[in-house]
Design a binder for this molecule. Sequence first.
Ligand code: NAD
Ligand code: MG
Length: 411
Amino acid sequence: MQFPAVQQVCVLGSTGSIGVSTLDVLARHPEQYSVYALTARERVAELAQQCRRFTPRYAVVLDEGRAAELRRELSESGVATEVLCGVAGLCQVASDARVDVVMAAIVGAAGLRPTLAAVKAGKKVLLANKESLVMAGPLFMAALTESGAQLLPIDSEHNAIFQCLPYPCDSLEAAGVEKILLTGSGGPFRNREVEELENVTPDEACAHPNWSMGRKISVDSATMMNKGLEFIEACYLFHASPQDIDIVVHPQSIIHSMVQYRDGSLLAQMGNPDMRTPIAHALAFPERIDSGVPALDLIAQGRLDFEAPDETRFPSLRLAREAIITGGSAPTVLNAANEVAVAAFLDGQLAFTAIPLIIEDVMNSAEVVELTGLDVVELADREARNLAEEALQRLRKAGAGSGETPELRSM
Ligand code: NAD
Ligand code: MG
């Protein structure tokens, strides 16, 4: 019997929450997968540890200083991994001819170029980095068609929807789909008094009830911008229009999303909230491999609840819907403004409730253009970041980041 060749895997963002879960799944199947490249921004000691364990061909860090540090650490322990740096290094490993699978798990806009490089090189791309799709959706999808790359969603909701749809699925209408039901837990502040939200701290916002994730996406979950970004992500991934998707709050995060069909069938994908399930699914698709996640115990779970989302409490949902309906660079602007506002909140510079105010302010003032190329995307991203920084400055002058911000509204 002939064994299939070992798949070479590049993990972009290997020190992050998704990166670590990916390595956990890969380590369970050494006969099927080999780690070819690992990348991290700055946690050099952690990356060195991963290199000692997985002995990749390449490791990539942010800059030359960190590269030198990593080279020193690796040579001390006799690891032959070659160290590269910067966006060029990330794009090189993401498109390397030897690589079969790329896990795109860098957080934020920084993931765009390397993820696109993997798509253009025709790789099997496991997409966790939703921001890259949100900011450059039309380009991303065109590159996918052109290169014939395979894009598999890692976001648990999109992975669930993917599992509940026929494969391939180029048209929801032709597949008999009536609605995609995108579920969300509602985050840590679903039941918090609205008046208290202004004073919540970054640590409270990052304490998600069901999922353990990086800090940026944790804050996005608390504002529900994560669901907003996922709404846009689903429009691109599944060729859906905004009317095809409803958001359903499901606090237990056991159902990861659903697809409702014309004949009354409602298909759901369920499982314990552990990202190793969608990672293992996408890695092995169309086969199934062990992920290390225990089976869901429905009796112990007992009940599943559902409710409608509260758009007054979570204005980010409305902003995201408006952005995808407007189209062009509007989602790029939304994403950039959100990244700036979330970073300011995590830095203690902005009230939690002012995050959507900054985003709305930027969306109202940024010019919307057609996304004709990567340079246009990056320019729209930069301009929106500048506008967000200006809005932050004005807000600081007006009252030290208070969540009331009538000043911001009137600017
Ligand atoms: P994280 O913050 O834990 O990890 C981010 C990784 O990206 C780290 O390895 C970091 O070194 C790297 N990175 C950050 N900035 C970089 C830069 N400028 N250049 C190069 N590398 C950089 O984030 P995470 O929670 O693992 O999320 C990663 C992505 O996956 C995000 O886009 C997030 O929305 C998405 N996602 C995460 C989860 C989850 O459960 N954590 C679920 C669904 C989707
Ligand atoms: Mg998700």
